[in-house]
Write a protein of this length. Structure first.
Length: 173
């Protein structure tokens, strides 16, 4: 009979431990589910974020409800980011900007700034006139190459507007 009580007590203890472990597991599951929550509230005032009002800090993009909250945030950014992430908020990452073109898209040689073509509103630079001819024959292939290199073409300057006398329309003569 003593043996039966020991077995019964052991069974209750094991059941209790299993219950506690299961509850802890559910809590961990809830924590992981909350970890995928995007930022919707301003970390300073608590209002809804405005997607046009943000600051980029150490590779993370933090949104705010209004201009001015960013200055308050930046005064203690590391602590505020840590608190946001610990509460389960997943911050957006800073978009990676494309680098300015430094290599010819045809030959992969360094560009010459006086060797260029304006294509679809963007200035694309080359190392020589021979590469310009190759580009003109198959522009889409070379544009894809620039894109794959995460390089951006420079927007072409707006053409000058001339008045009826051939003068630049923006200057008073």
């Amino acid at each position: 009979m003593v043996r039966t009580y020991k077995f019964l007590i052991l069974a209750v203890l094991v059941s209790g431990a299993a219950f506690v472990y299961a509850q802890a597991g559910d809590h961990d599951h809830e924590h992981h589910a909350a970890a995928a929550t995007p930022q919707t509230k301003c970390p300073i005032r608590g209002g809804d974020i405005d997607p046009e009002v943000f600051t980029d800090y150490k590779g993370k993009r933090i949104f705010f409800c209004c201009p001015g909250c960013d200055k308050t945030f930046l005064a203690d950014a590391d602590a505020k980011i840590k608190a946001m992430e610990e509460s389960g908020i997943t911050l957006a990452t800073t978009p990676v900007a494309a680098a300015e073109q430094t290599l010819c898209p045809v030959s992969d040689e360094p560009i010459e700034k006086d060797k260029s073509v304006v294509y679809e509103g963007k200035t694309i630079y080359f190392c020589c006139n021979r590469c310009i001819k190759k580009f003109k024959a198959h522009p889409e292939a070379y544009l894809k190459k620039l894109e794959a290199q995460k390089t951006t073409a420079v927007p072409a300057p707006a053409p000058a507007h001339h008045d009826d006398n051939g003068h630049d329309a923006h200057h008073n003569h």
